[in-house]
Design a protein around this ligand. Structure first.
Ligand code: NDP
Length: 597
């Protein structure tokens, strides 16, 4: 506390701190991340792909390739495209979906759109010559762009879709991996890239009685247009006589609610913790601006955003949106530690809360919609139609006071003893983050000597740069465990793809059969991660529970899973410097030309 601040500001700050703390306490639960249920077993049906041909059949394949890529989302797509650019075309891409796109294949819910500016989120705009139609493109446009990249790089012929990887095994004697699938394929590959996504495994809240509901229920990432009518771009014409409950008010639900509100007979928005919802200000792309762009503009723009949202100074803010505004005002928004920073955050949150009061007519609803935590404790949302939706007569906010839904019955949800009869429950309950690596992937990776990653990593992961792991030669992992973290995840994935494709090209050219980090290099990397841990980890530890902080109970035994908390551009520079040194520092190599068969 300094004398530069007047007493009333400090008093207000102290009151708000106490309020934030009390709201956090309300939400802490002993079961932490175990409160959720995977979409398997009893909930298998929730995971069914509503967009794929259920009758799809093909003969099993036994084949050899240079690289098998598991995951056809933006990470897998970028890895494949960059490998093709490097002249490595012997690839096999495997995904359980029926097309490229990953999150944009699955998330077809109404209102889905990119919350990062599309000019920096949609990759390879210069390579494909495509300019998004809007500053924040809608999901179908992003999905179509993924297909565009796949076509341009001739990736469809290299993909096995509707195919689930069941096991990945290193063959010590042959220096290659074998990838086994549910279609009885065996893909033998010198290198394997795991690009399974970090937020791809949908989860359900473990509310007592979930399984007893007799109406229709589904997760937002498996939207049932057969039930709701309409499509991602047209109104849901079958909901006029339906009572719909949407559970959750995270980034997904904020986009869904305005669309549901337009058509549902009754919409109950079931809230546990409010999101912060700032102005979006979407607009059509200015054709003149697009024409004026010079070669190299996309990387420059991506790096400008990433620099600003890491709190680093930039000559100009090229993006000028809600994200860059938060960090422009408060470079330490993700690691608040001084009174000055707290006061800036408080002003930003007062503005968020003030906006609710000025838009939402019913004072009790407005009050319940107010978020009470530091702005970056949850992913900030931006939407211009979310708050006005609560002024419609068919929309009711069911605030659970931080406790969540108490029980689900055959035909109703129960919150705080009140029974709300509904025809349909839609779960906007998010995706697994804190679960074990195997659970998220859905299969085991058996490295040297047949040792599974679950066993090898029972004391936490060991990697170099979050990508290469001792005991798992020629395996490249795209994840946040011990790796970079990003607000614009597409930027990180582009850089990981650059790194992996360079490394594979290098090994092929240099006749290197196996690469694997040394134990010392892994330990040194872990020490680097520990050195970056400080203020951001402290910041999240006091935040309201959510997937950013393992539901508020950061587990000290998970310390080895920490990401690189320094600025993302620094992490990217670490990878670039490592490549430029051209010495493959920290790797053990085994040379030899290897026949993948
Ligand atoms: P989230 O995990 O952010 O939200 C889940 C919601 O479900 C929360 O509001 C949570 O409440 C609520 N919930 C969980 N359990 C219960 C319960 N028992 N009773 C009532 N409510 C419950 O998932 P989202 O799918 O919304 O978003 C996940 C991420 O996906 C985003 O953070 C973002 O990174 C990404 N995303 C990106 C978009 C983009 O445009 N790029 C668009 C949409 C999503 P509580 O907060 O209390 O836990």
């Amino acid at each position: 506390m300094t004398q530069a601040h007047d007493d009333s500001a400090i008093e207000k700050l102290e009151a708000v701190r106490a309020k934030y703390q009390a709201e956090r306490e309300k939400r802490l639960r002993a079961d932490g991340t175990d409160q959720y249920r995977p979409l398997s077993g009893m909930f298998d049906d929730f995971d069914r792909d509503p967009n794929a041909d259920p009758g799809f059949m093909r003969a099993p394949v036994d084949e050899e390739v240079d690289v098998a890529i598991i995951g056809a989302g933006i990470g897998g797509l970028m890895a494949a495209a960059k490998l093709v650019e490097q002249g490595v075309t012997s690839l096999r891409i495997i995904d359980k979906a029926a097309d490229f796109g990953g999150t944009w294949y699955w998330n077809r819910y109404p209102g889905a759109a990119c919350d990062i500016e599309s000019y920096i989120y949609m990759p390879m705009l210069e390579e494909t010559g495509y300019i998004p139609t809007e500053k924040y493109a809608k999901a179908p446009e992003i999905f179509a762009h993924c297909q565009r990249i796949a076509k341009q790089y001739d990736l469809y012929s290299k993909a096995h879709f509707q195919t689930l990887v069941e096991d990945v095994r290193w063959q010590d004697d042959a220096s290659h991996w074998q990838v086994f699938t549910n279609r009885q394929d065996i893909v033998r590959a010198r290198f394997v890239i795991i690009a399974g996504g970090i937020l791809h495994k949908a989860k359900l809240p473990g509310i007592p009685g979930v399984e007893t509901f007799k109406g229709r229920s589904f997760h937002t990432s498996r939207w049932d247009y057969g039930y709701t009518g309409g499509s991602p771009t047209t109104p849901m014409d079958k909901l006029a006589d339906k009572r719909v409950a949407l559970i959750g008010t995270g980034a997904t639900s904020v986009q869904v609610i305005p669309r549901l509100a337009e058509t549902a007979g009754q919409l109950l928005v079931v809230q546990r913790t409010p999101s912060t919802v700032g102005e979006r200000g979407n607009r059509a792309t200015d054709a003149e601006w697009a024409k004026s762009l010079q070669a190299g503009w996309q990387t420059e723009r991506m790096e400008n955003f990433t620099r600003i949202v890491a709190g680093q100074s930039a000559e100009a803010d090229l993006i000028e949106d809600g994200f860059t505004k938060i960090f422009g005002n408060n470079p330490n928004a993700l690691a608040i530690s001084t009174v000055d920073e707290e006061l800036i955050d408080l002003a930003a949150m007062e503005a968020v809360r003030g906006r609710i009061e000025s838009v939402v007519a019913d004072p009790a609803t407005a009050e319940a919609l107010k978020p009470w935590y530091n702005q970056m404790c949850k992913r900030p949302c931006f939407h211009d139609e979310y708050l006005p939706a609560f002024n419609r007569p068919n929309v009711t906010l069911v605030d659970t006071g931080g406790k969540g839904v108490e029980r689900i019955t055959e035909d109703a949800i129960i919150v705080d003893g009140v029974v709300h009869p509904v025809d349909c429950i839609i779960y906007g309950s998010g995706f697994e983050v804190g679960s074990g690596y195997r659970s998220r992937l859905g299969f085991e990776i058996h490295g040297r000597g047949g040792v599974g990653m679950t066993e090898a990593w029972s004391g936490g992961p060991g990697t170099l740069h979050g990508m290469l792991a001792r005991g798992f030669p020629n395996l490249m992992i795209f994840d946040q465990l011990q790796g970079g973290i990003a607000i614009n995840f597409a930027h990180l994935l582009t850089e990981l793809a650059n790194h992996a494709s360079w490394l594979i090209r290098h090994c092929i050219d240099a006749g290197i059969a196996e690469i694997e980090p040394t134990a010392e290099a892994q330990e040194e990397w872990f020490q680097t991660l520990l050195g970056k841990l400080g203020p951001q980890a402290m910041f999240f530890a006091q935040c309201t529970p959510g997937y950013f902080n393992s539901e508020g109970r950061m587990d000290p035994s998970a310390i080895r899973s920490i990401p690189y908390f320094g600025p993302l551009l620094d992490f990217i520079q670490v990878l670039r410097d490592w490549r430029s040194a051209d010495s493959l520092a920290g790797l053990e190599l085994r040379s030899g030309t290897v026949d993948a068969g």
